[in-house]
Ligand binder design. Structure first.
Ligand SMILES: *Cc1c(COP(=O)(O)O)cnc(C)c1O
Length: 495
């Protein structure tokens, strides 16, 4: 039987995996969640013998039950090929007492490539399966990395168009340059005068606008999402946790069945939720360590049980985590409420109305495997400098948040369980913050001088993604108010 996904806000709204991927978001702002996560009924020792694609098939086939074996393998083969600069796809390296899972070896050098390399394949396959003839319009809000990864994935993919909104003053220079130089004929990029939450709220509003949906339908379009609210993003992200674990088994660092901890630098709560879903499938995780930057709304939530976004939005050196409304937390809330759509809706309505909600004591108990903490901007710089000083390894600013929080966790708990830290971006994407953390006297250098400097000190070759933007012309120069998002989308589609 096809495994059903269900809306977090309406227990009667169900979808197959392919339908959920096509829709992106359920009605009334709900998110699709699996009714239950099937067990990964294959041994870790067996998985340890497989390559990335093999593990991807095993994990994803459990979750995307209405895709045939051929369909899924077609998607996996198309995604995890030489777009990645290493055959391992995600190398695991040991530094600073932890296993660093380098998720940034794809086309746009951020972990978003892990899912956005495959999402276009999943989506176009899902469209075919469901006999969708309309053109799919991917609407995306980005805090910096999703944008380019989605543009790269969907660039010139027949039957699709993609519009990306990013906070004009809230991304790094490399991130912005990557997006505005995108050449795909079916792409549109706009900076908005606002922050990431404004962009995400605007996109979600367009999704829920029935009148807009009718107009699109009439003109032969339909929306879908490349944000981690789409289950087609989360499922591919479960894979690398299982893959990393089995690499540690293969190299004898742990035995199959041993527990690990996972540390994830968190923004929209998608990456850490994927780790949690992997654990529900059978990955033995002891603690999910949720690392935040100065926008520490999740730390406060895990320590108090109250989620409260009523606070100043802080621009930090880890912009991809500058978020106050972590959309995917809703999936965890739904689960700890006992898959209760009514209770979840009540809390989300309160978030909408008052900007906050409080979970019950019962729900709080179900959070025992989560730990939250945060790193300030100064601590991030200090961590980059310290780890570089130890063995010459250069962390990006987001990964540094995770490393700093892991240090705090160990000091607080004394827990020595082998730990995987998700490294979500190449330091080349945040060169200015990274290089000035290591050597403040470099402040006056230009962005590309700093990039050359980073190559010298890290002995890691400048990635193609960075070389490409050195001379690339700007193609997209739209800047709009957050209230004009719908207008510019209509313009882009010519409707
Ligand atoms: C998107 C992103 C994050 C946050 O991931 P979520 O899934 O939104 O929690 C962290 N680091 C980097 C570099 C990112 O691009």
């Amino acid at each position: 039987m096809d495994f059903l996904y269900r809306s977090t806000r309406n227990e009667n709204e169900t979808a197959t995996a392919s339908e959920a991927i096509l829709k992106g978001l359920a009605e009334n702002g709900g998110l699709f969640v699996p009714d239950e996560i099937p067990a990964l009924d294959i041994s870790f020792d067996k998985l340890a013998e497989m390559d990335y694609k093999g593990v991807a098939y095993e994990v994803m086939s459990r979750m995307l039950t209405d895709f045939t074996e051929d369909e899924l393998n077609y998607c996996i083969d198309g995604a995890y090929d030489d777009k990645f600069d290493t055959e391992k796809i995600v190398p695991v390296k040991y530094h600073h007492g932890a296993f660093i899972l380098e998720l940034f070896h794809g086309k746009t050098i951020a972990f978003k490539d892990m899912a956005l390399s495959i999402l276009p394949y999943l989506l176009t396959t899902a469209a075919k399966k469901n006999h969708i003839k309309k053109e799919i319009v991917i609407l995306t809000a980005t805090s910096g990395d999703t944008g380019k990864a989605a543009l790269a994935g969907f660039s010139d993919v027949p039957g699709t168009r993609i519009a990306v909104f990013y906070p004009k003053d809230g991304v790094s220079p490399v991130q912005e340059k990557q997006m505005v130089t995108e050449k795909g004929k079916n792409t549109f990029v706009a900076g908005i005068k606002g922050n990431f939450d404004d962009a995400q709220t605007g996109v979600k509003k367009m999704f829920s606008d029935k009148k807009l949906a009718e107009l699109l339908d009439e003109k032969g379009f339909q929306f879908s999402s490349a944000n981690s609210i789409n289950i087609g993003r989360l499922v591919p992200q479960m894979v690398y946790y299982v893959y990393a674990y089995t690499r540690l088994v293969a190299s004898g660092q742990i035995k199959a069945g041993d527990e690990i901890n996972v540390v994830v630098p968190t923004g929209n709560f998608g990456n850490i939720l994927a780790a949690y879903y992997a654990s529900l499938m059978g990955l033995p995780v002891r603690k999910f360590i949720c690392a935040s930057n100065d926008n520490k709304v999740l730390y406060d939530f895990f320590t108090t049980g109250t989620y409260d976004k009523n606070r100043d939005f802080i621009l930090t050196t880890s912009p991809s985590m500058d978020i106050l409304i972590s959309s995917n937390l809703e999936r965890l809330i739904y689960r700890i409420a006992g898959n209760d759509a009514e209770k979840n809706s009540e809390l989300m309505n309160s978030l909408n109305k008052d900007g906050k909600y409080e979970i019950t004591d019962e729900m709080k108990k179900n959070l025992y495997s989560f730990y939250g903490n945060f790193a300030t901007t100064d601590e991030v710089a200090e961590t980059i400098r310290k780890v570089y000083g130890e063995d010459g390894y250069v962390l990006d600013t987001h990964t540094a948040v995770a490393v700093n929080v892991y240090d705090k966790y160990k000091e607080e708990t004394g827990d020595e369980t082998p730990t995987i830290i998700a490294s979500t971006a190449s330091p080349y994407k945040f060169t200015r913050s990274v290089m000035t953390a290591i050597d403040p006297s470099l402040e006056s250098k230009s962005d590309f001088e700093l990039i050359d400097e980073l190559e010298k000190i890290s002995c890691v070759k400048i990635p193609k993604a960075v070389e490409e933007i050195r001379t690339a012309p700007v193609v997209h120069d739209t800047v709009c108010d957050k209230t004009e998002m719908e207008k510019v989308v209509k313009n882009f589609l010519g409707i």
